[in-house]
Design a protein around this ligand. Sequence first.
Ligand code: NAP
Length: 259
Amino acid sequence: MDLGIKGKKALVCASSKGLGLGCARALAEAGVDLVMNARGAEALETAAAAIRAEFGVEVITVAADITTETGRAAVLEVAQGVDILVNNAGGPPPGLWSDWEREDFIRALDANMLTPIALIKALVPEMMARGWGRVVNITSQSVKAPIPALGLSNAARTGLTGYVAGTSRQVAGKGVTINNLLPGIHATDRATSLDKGVAEAQGISMEEAHARRCAGIPAGRYGTADEFGAACAFLCSQHAGFIVGQNILLDGGGVNATL
Ligand code: NAP
């Protein structure tokens, strides 16, 4: 399918690895020029070079922490005028509901709620002025079904979801859609580190931790970054202009719910 976005420009945050990289690759395959971002310059440059070589699109890189004001300023300096924004950042650490202090919540809110909101506020007005734009926020299945050890994520991402629900309906009339993609477990470094935590806490091997997690996923496996990226690219396509303010689970059926 021709996604109809060849020649558009996208900012994909936190995209040197994992789900962000999957989104960057899928957009590049559709002919979209990219601004890619991550904190570590080495992995970012490697990922960008591979995308340039494989898809022939322009890629600008900005090595910066997207959750900080200075990091966002550096990214926005080269990302003004993008047609597509993919919001992403690392997830908050696991823990126990009773242990988190105000500062832990502020960090999680900054990273997973206030950063995407700041980027939406910075970039969506120009999209509206041009009459076309796409925003996809990478959130989590924890928005639909809370994950006990990830209370910081449950809280921050649900806050973003509420903001998107209201905002998406105010900008849709100008041709700009905002939607959220909710990953269930995907085979990335993040999943490996979560499995490692489970393995250590329960005194089991990594293989056992992986197998136990797969047992709770009807598809019987972890998702891939390529699958995730393809869904993101579709939401950013010309064909997705009537999808507004939605929360789309990509979880292999893991969340057991009718709606
Ligand atoms: P990942 O494999 O660990 O990759 C994270 C990417 O984000 C890397 O490129 C990393 O590069 C970059 N990054 C992290 N923090 C950043 C920051 N502050 N500023 C700029 N770049 C940053 O993670 P993932 O699995 O793709 O997860 C992406 C998001 O989806 C996370 O928020 C995660 O919690 C959420 N999620 C993932 C899963 C899953 O199963 N994988 C499930 C539900 C939700 P640097 O470290 O060099 O910055």
